[in-house]
Design a protein. Sequence first.
Length: 423
Amino acid sequence: MVKPAIEYDVKDLKLAEEGVKRIEWAAREMPVIRLIRERFGREKPLKGLRLAACLHVTTETANLVLALKAGGAEVALCASNPLSTQDDVAAALVAVHDIPVFCIRGEDDPTYYKHIHAVLDQKPQITLDDGADLVATLHKDRRELLPGVIGGTEETTTGVVRLKAMAKAGALVYPIIAVNEADTKHQFDNRYGTGQSTVDGIIRATNILWAGKNVVVAGYGWCGKGFAMRAKGLGAKVIVTEVQPLRALEAAMDGHQVMPMAEAAPLGDIFCTLTGDINVLDRHHFETMKDGAILANSGHFNVEINIKGLGEMSESKRRVRENVEEYRLMDGRRIFLLGEGRLINLAAAEGHPASVMDMSFANQALCVEYLASRDVPLPVDVHVVPPEIDEEVARLKLASMGTTIDELTEEQRKYLSSWEEGT
Ligand SMILES: NC(=O)c1ccc[n+]([C@@H]2O[C@H](COP(=O)([O-])OP(=O)(O)OC[C@H]3O[C@@H](n4cnc5c(N)ncnc54)[C@H](O)[C@@H]3O)[C@@H](O)[C@H]2O)c1
């Protein structure tokens, strides 16, 4: 194979052939991105624009990157999590599509950040982030690049929380559109995508039967709801833990048991955290768990389970299967941690199915176009996705599914915008 002329750091370019086939497979389920890619190819709305993307390097992300490139952008890509990279996809993007990609599955933290810096070396004008590590690094260590940046997008809940904290502290220097806040993102990607793929990850790691098991779901946000719904569908008895009364109430009315984690800890067979919070499963919970309890996390960072504490409480630790580590506690009980506590749907499975990422990434692509096409930059803040983009994505997705819907009649439009008519 001829060595590509671009800079890159991926595991093995020989994996490219497999990556190409899998990117094509995902493309079959991404009709909205396909339509956007075709239009971008004709109109070149991103011509010459330098983009730095820090996203999970998966087949779906590859399709987004190809759409952006078709629009005329120069895109450099690194991973938003050390364990989520699909090395064959990274290889295909470099070898076949000349995209500078910097990521290797399982890279250590220094390499992860070295790769973020490599992407920043391309002097981006727009950033695409998933978890805000790229934006945080740019603001902390590469401030000389900030004047050249016109805007950015953020994919996930945790990233949006971090960016809002930056904005509140006056630390954010350029505007960012929170793609996660689009209805066509979180209501589908987080609920159906994370829901299904988290179950998939736990099954692939353990091959465990769910029917009759007690599954404890920490957090009843969009991800937690989706996961609880799928676990219930497999015959599990679902217990939800929450800190927000409204969400707890919703879980109770959806038919789940709701209780504090301290009460759920001795009952659970499988635990999954989906909160974006820290130490949701902690030492005092491990102390009361059953022998054989399985712990997984699907929240963005590997901080939701106190892994350090679990290690300190254990007399030994060994790997018993791929993505399964057995911690043997001093009293002989065993606790199994999946995927090193990193998002299990990406560590042990393939991340979200392409069909939902189609909508999330359509929002990404259209938001990048929106940022690039503005005469006046957006004010520095964390912005919602413009409603017309959200609606356009839903319209395109419905059309691709062959589903049509009713339209308001003139009479209905008038009725719905008036206040005079009552009983
Ligand atoms: N695995 C994936 O592929 C994937 C995809 C999308 C989002 N995420 C991540 O998943 C996490 C959750 O996302 P979301 O969209 O559901 O967020 P969300 O804000 O809708 O829900 C999080 C829920 O967790 C609850 N919570 C917080 N601390 C808690 C605690 N100590 N105990 C119990 N509940 C607690 C909150 O009250 C909230 O209801 C975030 O970190 C997000 O970035 C992961």
